[in-house]
Design a protein around this ligand. Structure first.
Ligand SMILES: O=C(O)C1=C[C@@H](OP(=O)(O)O)[C@@H](O)[C@H](O)C1
Ligand SMILES: C=C(OP(=O)(O)O)C(=O)O
Length: 408
C-alpha cells in the first residue's frame, strides 16, 4: 500500500497523542511481577503494548511479540523467573535483533534459555524458575533494554541484584525510567555509581497508575511545527518533568524555532524566529529522535552532525542505512562515519522523480518522513500501516490537523 500526504497551508490543532509505550510495557511487567491489585490506566493501544498484554494474559506456550524490542527483552527476563516452559518469537527482523548479552546474563544468574534457530537471536525457549545469584556484569553499549529487563525482575530474586555495566552506557534515560517506575511500585532500586546499579529484594506493590503521553510521538508534531510557516499545536498529556528521556525533544526543537509552553497537563508548540545555523548533537541518550532531526534539519537547510547513533543499526531496521537511502531520494547526501555518526553539510543531489519513501517495517521512518510534505507539494509513503507499532492513529491525527491522505 502507498499513500500520498499533502499538508494544509497552516496548522492549528490539538492532538491527543498515544500513551508512552516504554512506560506501558514497563508498568505491565512490573504489575505482573507484583500483586496486580490495581488496573493500569491509559495503557498504549499500540502494537508493542498489545503484544505485551497478550503475552502476560493469554497463557500461551508460544508467544509472538512481533516487532516489539521491549516486549522481547523484558519478557525474556520475566519468563526466566516465571514457572513453565515457553517459546518467545517475533518477526523476521526481530530474529535478527541481538539478544545474546541478555541471555548470557540471565544464564549466569541461573536461567534456562535455549536458542531455537540461531545462537544469539530469538526465537528462544525459556523455562522459568528461581534464580539464585545476585551479582552480574554485562555490557551497557548494545541495548539498555537488557539492563531494564534484568532490573525489573531483580526485586523478586531472593537476594536482589547488583549489576555492573561495562563499556559506554547507551540510552541511559531508559534505565532511569525503569528505576523510576520500579521505585514508584515500591521496589528499592538505584545507581550506586555511574556504572553500578543495586536492587534490594523487596517485592513490588501495585499502585493506581496512569500512563502519560508519548514524547517520542510528540517529536513528529514538533517537526511539523518547525517545517510550517504558521503553526500552533496543542499536545495534552505531556509534562515538562516527564519520566521519558525523549522529553528532551522540546529543548532541542527550541534551537529549530519551536517554543514549548507548558500549561495544565498540556504543552503548546509555538513558532519563534530563533533558529540555529547548524545543529551538532549527541543522540546517545535519545536514539529514537534521530530520524526526526535528520529529516527536519535537512529540510530546513540546517547542516548537522549527529553522533551517538550506534544503536540505530539494530533497531526496527538499520536506520542509518535507511536514512541515507531515503534522504537521497529527496536530494540530500548524508554521510555516515564510524557506524555512529550521520552528518550533512549541505550537499545536494537530484531528487528522484515521483519519489516514494520506503519504510523498512520501521514506524519511525513513516512518521519522520511524512512531515516532509509541509515543504514539498506532497510526499508518498510506502506501507504506511507500520506506524501501528507505536502510534496507530498517526494518519488519522494528521487528517485531523488538515493534512490530506490519499491511497494511491
Ligand atoms: O527501554 C525502552 O523502552 C527503549 C529503549 C531504547 O532502546 P535501546 O536501549 O536498545 O537503545 C529505545 O530505542 C526503544 O525505543 C525503547
Ligand atoms: C527502537 C524502538 O523500539 P524497540 O527497540 O522497542 O522495538 C523504537 O520504538 O524506535
Amino acid at each position: 500500500m502507498q499513500i500520498k500526504v499533502t499538508a494544509p497551508a497552516q496548522i492549528h490543532t490539538t492532538i491527543q497523542l498515544p500513551s508512552s509505550k516504554s512506560i506501558s510495557n514497563r508498568a505491565l511487567i512490573i504489575n505482573a511481577l507484583g500483586n496486580r491489585t490495581f488496573q493500569l490506566e491509559n495503557l498504549s493501544d499500540c502494537d508493542d503494548t498489545q503484544v505485551m498484554i497478550h503475552a502476560l494474559n493469554d497463557g500461551k506456550n508460544t508467544i509472538d511479540i512481533m516487532a516489539a524490542g521491549t516486549a522481547m527483552r523484558f519478557l525474556t527476563a520475566y519468563l526466566s523467573v516465571t514457572p513453565g516452559t515457553r517459546i518467545i518469537t517475533g518477526t523476521q527482523r526481530m530474529q535478527q535483533r541481538p539478544i545474546q548479552v541478555l541471555v548470557n546474563a540471565l544464564r549466569e544468574l541461573g536461567a534456562e534459555i535455549e536458542y531455537i534457530i540461531n545462537d544469539g537471536y530469538p526465537p528462544l525457549r525459556i523455562t522459568g524458575h528461581k534464580l539464585q545469584k545476585d551479582t552480574i556484569s554485562l555490557p551497557g553499549n548494545v541495548s539498555s533494554q537488557y539492563i531494564s529487563a534484568l532490573l525489573m525482575i531483580a526485586p523478586i530474586l531472593s537476594n536482589g541484584l547488583t549489576l555492573t555495566l561495562t563499556g559506554e552506557i547507551i540510552s541511559r534515560p531508559y534505565i532511569n525510567l525503569t528505576l523510576q517506575l520500579m521505585n514508584d511500585f515500591g521496589a528499592r532500586a538505584k545507581w550506586l555509581n555511574e556504572y553500578q546499579l543495586k536492587v534490594e529484594p523487596q517485592p513490588y506493590q501495585s499502585i493506581p497508575f496512569y500512563v502519560e503521553s508519548d514524547w517520542s510521538a510528540a517529536s513528529y508534531w514538533y517537526q511539523i511545527a518547525a517545517l510550517s510557516n504558521k503553526a500552533e499545536i496543542i499536545l495534552p498529556g505531556l509534562f515538562e518533568t516527564s519520566y521519558q528521556g525523549d522529553s528532551k525533544v522540546a529543548e532541542i526543537f527550541q534551537l529549530l524555532g519551536i517554543e514549548s509552553i507548558y500549561g495544565n497537563k498540556t504543552v503548546t508548540l509555538k513558532k519563534t524566529d530563533k533558529i540555529t545555523e547548524r545543529l551538532d548533537y549527541d543522540f546517545i541518550n535519545q536514539p529514537d529522535l534521530a530520524q526526526t532531526f535528520v529529516v527536519t534539519c535537512a529540510l530546513m537547510n540546517i547542516p548537522f552532525r549527529f553522533s551517538g547513533l550506534q544503536s540505530l543499526k539494530i533497531k526496527e531496521t538499520d536506520r542509518m542505512a535507511a536514512l541515507i537511502q531515503e534522504m537521497g531520494k529527496l536530494g540530500y547526501i548524508l554521510h555516515e562515519t564510524d557506524d555512529r555518526i550521520l552528518s550533512w553539510e549541505g550537499e545536494r543531489c537530484e531528487m528522484t522523480a515521483d519519489v516514494a519513501i520506503d519504510t523498512y517495517e520501521d514506524h519511525r521512518m513513516a512518521m519522520a518522513f511524512a512531515p516532509a510534505c509541509v515543504v514539498m507539494p506532497e510526499i508518498r509513503i510506502n506501507n504506511p500501516q507500520v506506524v501501528s507499532k507505536s502510534y496507530p492513529y498517526y494518519w488519522e491525527d494528521l487528517k485531523k490537523a488538515g493534512f490530506i491522505i490519499e491511497e494511491v
